[in-house]
Design a protein around this ligand. Sequence first.
Ligand SMILES: NC(=O)c1ccc[n+]([C@@H]2O[C@H](COP(=O)([O-])OP(=O)(O)OC[C@H]3O[C@@H](n4cnc5c(N)ncnc54)[C@H](O)[C@@H]3O)[C@@H](O)[C@H]2O)c1
Length: 403
Amino acid sequence: MSKPAATFTKDVCVIGAGHVGLPLALTFADTGLKTVIYDIDPRVVETVRKGVMPFQEEGGQELLTLVLQRGLLEAYGTPEHVAECKYVVLIIGTPVDEHLNPQFTAIHKAIETCADYLRNGQILILRSTVFPGITKHIQALLASKGLDIRVANCPERAIEGFSLREFRENPQIISATDPATLTEVRQLFSRFVSQFVEMEPMEAELAKLMTNAWRYIQFATVNQFYMIATQHGLNFDRILKGCRDNYPRMSGMPGPGFTAGPCLVKDTMQLAAFSQNNFVLGHAPMLINEGLPAHVIQLAKQMADLSTMTVGILGMAFKAESDDPRDALSYKLRKLLTLEARRVLSCDPYVRDKSLVPQEQVLREAAFIFVGVPHKAYRGLKLREGQKSIDVWGCLAGPDKVA
Ligand SMILES: NC(=O)c1ccc[n+]([C@@H]2O[C@H](COP(=O)([O-])OP(=O)(O)OC[C@H]3O[C@@H](n4cnc5c(N)ncnc54)[C@H](O)[C@@H]3O)[C@@H](O)[C@H]2O)c1
């Protein structure tokens, strides 16, 4: 006998109001859905309730103010309100551990914490980037608890900081453990998306991981090219230009840079774990991308005696115009430089970090400048006479620019 479905007074509960979850909750609320946030971090809940966007997101502050005013968004630090919502969207972090193996504990823990408030008839949408097979596993876990809850996997593919725009522009991959649920999640996302790609859950899980691994590999390829060229004292900017200019087959070739952030490397490692650690083309990029800070230090040591110098890093976020320093390679660069240089100063116009100093101080006191990330503020920045620099990104117009 089928179990009776609960009745719901609200529409969507987003579990995890981070860089992806909060913009998604705002977007659901913006379409008129009664939306609830549940986050275990009390600071996140308090900040959202106060109507303050906790991180940079294009259009985020205005939308947060609007949906709170319209009474369409509520935020809680405890899970009981999960029970009120028809759709439960799980979008918490899915890190790899210190051995680069995927951790399943976070998702399990989140479900266990909410278990008392899960109700028959709900649809659980996994939006975190997960190890292949997790969607079916969670479906079985819920069934083992006697819960009649259907599970979908609709991975997030928006670019951090511009999610509100990209949610509406990118085709949405949707998958579910049964066809009726697929139809329901399609209707839900149709409130703001017009293009869909239907897949089986494991296909969707792999599509997301492969997308990030592909980008990680592409960046590593060009980073290795940069290393080869600069090892031989050549200007990689000129080579890159030669490869790309007016030659369509190379127009998609990215430039070199510190490839980092909370997703690309860990998702490549999730895919490596899924392939029984036989994903040679996934492990090699990690060696290259993670090795780039040490490479630029070697180049700098050929240009100057760092041990006598104050050196400076411009930009600590993991990507340009972002305030997110998570897994940024500029921090690794800084750590390595502390062993080589007399003193290391670092700055960033967006990142909130007490260890940073003002940009003016870096530019005034550092004899050697490293560009950590190509924020617009550094593009074309003139360094003072005699100040040396290494700019992997090619955004400075200073003297002694390497690439
Ligand atoms: N950041 C991106 O650009 C991006 C893009 C695509 C996909 N993703 C994926 O989205 C997922 C989330 O990434 P993010 O960058 O938003 O992470 P985040 O760390 O910014 O946010 C996660 C939020 O979840 C909360 N949380 C953690 N455990 C919880 C629990 N048990 N119950 C309730 N709340 C909990 C945290 O307090 C935090 O606020 C990851 O799987 C990531 O790989 C991220």
